[in-house]
Design a protein around this ligand. Structure first.
Ligand code: CTP
Length: 240
């Protein structure tokens, strides 16, 4: 009989018991979203965005490394599934919401995905054909559900903390604090997505952590280090 490899949280539980050291998120559950969503137009075309999934995947891995049981709900991304994390692959925002709801209850939820704001009202079952001299098709768009705001309003099943991201090109701090209140998030990780910053799709991130206590500016760091610091902060609040 083959021996099953233990999951990271099980191994950490064991290490903790054996050596008396602590895996601060052991026994806790984290839900993480990552990557873009794809919103189909017809069988071959879709609306997407430039999110790589790097930051969200790194957060899922960092929470697992501290012992959490992590469900990662990811849109299409070239990032490999993090080891020791349960990853659900989806394409659309509506599928992402359903997968997040199915993953509850969770202690902490981190919404790092770049969810499309709209989907196409009438997805064509057949490929849209171009017809010479005919006006190109107009795409009617419908608002997608806000996944963060829906989970943050989930009543007794609401994770705490609920953490959102804000991608801003200007007035970053004002917009991020406004987003935190509007969506009922506990924290917002705000970043500057001006093309000159090289952050969207890049290896590094420069973030501001916006909480009810104020705004912290973190230095420019590798996305994996931003993830580790965020996981540490989650462990701090969940242990108090
Ligand atoms: N989010 C979500 N579901 C959506 C849209 C956004 O869960 N339908 C989450 C994202 O994962 C992120 C935060 O909400 O945590 C970003 O909010 P959003 O309103 O999309 O902000 P921006 O992308 O910064 O865009 P805007 O400036 O247009 O508000």
């Amino acid at each position: 009989r083959s021996r099953r490899m233990g999951q990271p949280h099980e191994i950490l539980d064991g290490i903790e018991r054996y050596f008396g050291v602590s895996a601060p998120l052991a026994g806790l559950r984290a839900l993480v979203t990552s990557g873009p969503t794809h919103e189909p137009i017809d069988p071959v075309r879709y609306i997407a965005n430039r999110s790589s999934g790097r930051q969200g995947h790194a957060i899922a891995a960092a929470c697992a490394a501290l012992g959490a049981r992590v469900t990662l709900v990811s849109g299409p991304s070239a990032q490999p599934d993090p080891a020791g994390v349960t990853t659900t692959h989806i394409e659309t925002a509506r599928q992402m919401l359903a997968a997040c709801q199915a993953a509850l209850p969770a202690d902490a939820a981190i919404f790092a995905a770049a969810v499309a704001d709209w989907h196409v009202a009438r997805q064509s079952e057949l490929k849209l054909k171009k017809t010479p001299d005919v006006t190109p098709p107009a795409l009617a768009l419908v608002a997608n559900p806000d996944i963060l705001a829906t989970i943050a309003a989930a009543g007794p099943a609401r994770p705490r903390p609920v953490i959102g991201f804000a991608a801003e090109t200007h007035q970053l701090e004002t917009h991020a604090e406004d987003k935190r209140r509007r969506k009922n998030a506990d924290w917002i990780v705000a970043n500057d997505v001006n093309p000159a910053s090289g952050i969207m799709g890049g290896a590094e991130n420069e973030v501001h952590l916006v909480t009810a206590d104020g705004i912290e500016t973190w230095p420019r760091l590798d996305k994996s280090e931003v993830a580790r610091r965020l996981a540490d902060r989650i462990a701090q609040v969940l242990s108090t």
